[in-house]
Write a protein that binds this ligand. Structure first.
Ligand code: AHR
Length: 501
């Protein structure tokens, strides 16, 4: 048994937790939309083809803003293909995922679905194969009430009121050589600046996200952010970060510590953005939109990827359908802890993705929908983390990892809404429990503690269609409050949410 000691105080504020921190991401990719959220003829589908069982799970997950329609997909997408009479929409090649895009679901249908799940749209534009003219027309189509050919086309297509989209992404992963229309930082920065200015001429309420690096391991990381922000600092509100983690070669200790890598990623991007701020003598601070993050067994996908026959362009193939374990869920919990601990600068984030594709929710065509293990840390955090993020003072032993060196055995984040404290804890010890004590002297009115979490004798246990509830949250009944000291024992490889009320 190892030990850790935490101190919390109401004066140690990080910042307000923005609800957009609990966003999601839906891409036209594999079975995400078609045979995922949209399956006409399924017993649970409504007349619009959207599965109501999936909608219920998305609501339960508690995703706020949802980024759409990609991802790599957006860099070849013509948004006009997805509006107008469904029967007249063209089929297109999706070069990013070597599939056929039917365009059966486009902007209108997706907004209808968002209305059903009570989430807000975050729209990405294509800066790969397209540019400024198509971007400003899309803003006009989406946000102008009426009176122009483009706005009236939206009304004729069935949406009288504008979509009113606030958050916009200026392309996707433009630093990545795999991206259609990939550019160097200078070329992308100039383009993004021009497009951002033009979009704001149509609607000056927009909040714009410029592409940062698609990973901290990219060779251009750091210099990409600096150059792009030198061009766009005055034009944008956010810079994006993307990060995916996986367990390599049975190295569970490093995998569980992925949150330390996310911490370093965020700190470096904040430092770079603030450097550009200093050089520009700007009053403004750029925020981070961590708009793709998750566990993704990328090496499995890489191994699967091969050459494709020229006539082989499937509709909605099974792609990136990772099945997540308890260890994956505990790592996702650790990544959420990292995001909360940067709530002052990370004010938007998107779990990538939502249904079937590296997703917390799985479906079977004609069959059920179920929750993966990773569903739980997200839904519990989204529900509980409210108000102010508090800085946690941590005095803990360390575990040694091959990727990140010695890291604290426990990762912790805390929030308070004034009445209660929510504490999120990850035990990175792969074999031993850790007992955590928390000094709550600064919160004398608290009287009770309860805890729930994810752990299992088998850290590789998963949920499947046959056993959808093999892994569910468990009550941790070791949580006790004695005077001003909270004590809770965390099982090995676990993630725990504690409420002190
Ligand atoms: O989420 C899967 C893919 O990962 C996205 O399409 C892309 O943006 C990233 O590389």
């Amino acid at each position: 048994m190892t030990r850790a000691h935490l101190t919390l105080h109401p004066a140690f504020r990080i910042g307000t937790v923005d609800r957009r921190l609990f966003g999601g991401f839906v891409e036209h990719l594999g079975r995400h939309i078609y045979d995922g959220i949209h399956e006409p003829g399924h017993p649970a589908a409504g007349p619009d083809g959207f599965r109501r069982d999936v909608i219920e799970l998305v609501k339960e997950l508690g995703v706020t803003t949802i980024r759409y329609p990609g991802g790599n997909f957006v860099s070849g997408y013509r948004w006009e293909d997805g509006v107008g009479p469904a029967g007249e929409r063209p089929q297109r090649l999706d070069l990013a995922w070597h599939s056929t895009e039917t365009n059966r679901v486009g902007l209108h249908e997706f907004q209808d679905w968002l209305d059903l799940v009570s989430s807000e749209l975050m729209l990405a534009i294509n800066l790969g194969t397209r540019g400024l003219p198509e971007a400003i027309e899309l803003v006009e189509y989406a946000n102008l009430p009426s009176g122009t050919a483009v706005a009236d086309r939206r009304r004729a297509n069935g949406r009288e009121e504008p979509f009113g989209v606030t958050m916009w992404c200026l392309g996707n992963e433009m630093d990545g050589p795999w991206q259609l229309g990939h550019r160097d930082a200078g070329d992308y920065g100039k383009l993004a600046s021009q497009v951002a200015k033009a979009m704001r001429l149509v609607d000056n309420r927009l909040q714009l996200v410029v592409c940062g690096s698609s990973g901290r391991n990219m060779p251009t990381f750091g210099s990409w952010e600096r150059t792009v922000l030198e061009h766009t600092y005055d034009d944008v509100d956010f810079i994006s970060c993307h990060a995916y983690y996986q367990e390599y070669d049975g190295d569970l200790a490093s995998f569980l510590a992925s949150g330390t890598d996310m911490d370093a990623f965020i700190d470096a991007v904040v430092a770079t953005a603030d450097h550009v701020r200093a050089v520009k003598r700007s009053e403004k601070r750029i925020q981070i939109s961590f708009d793709e993050w998750n566990v993704w067994y990328f090496t499995r996908w890489n191994a699967q990827e091969g050459t494709h026959a020229v006539d082989d362009w499937p509709v909605a193939p099974r792609l990136l359908e990772d099945v997540y374990s308890v260890a994956d869920a505990v790592t996702v919990g650790g990544l959420l802890i990292s995001l909360l601990n940067h709530a002052d600068r990370v004010t938007s984030a998107s779990l990538a993705q939502l249904v079937n594709v590296i997703a917390p929710i799985m479906t079977e065509p004609g069959g059920p929908a179920w929750r993966q293990t990773t569903f739980y840390p997200f839904s519990l955090t989204s529900r509980a983390a409210r108000g102010t993020a508090l800085a946690v003072t941590l005095d803990a032993g360390t575990v040694t990892t091959s990727r990140y060196g010695d890291v604290p055995v426990v990762a912790a984040a805390a929030t308070t809404d004034g009445d209660a404290i929510q504490l999120f804890l990850q035990n990175r010890d792969t074999t031993a429990a850790t007992t955590v004590t928390v000094d709550l002297t600064g919160f004398p009115a608290l009287t009770s503690a309860s805890a729930t979490g994810i752990w299992d004798d088998d850290p590789y246990a998963v949920n499947t269609m046959a056993a959808p509830d093999r892994v569910t949250p468990r009550t941790n009944d070791t949580a006790t409050l004695t005077g001003n000291v909270l004590t809770v024992t965390l099982p090995p490889v676990s993630w725990t949410a504690v409420t002190v009320a």
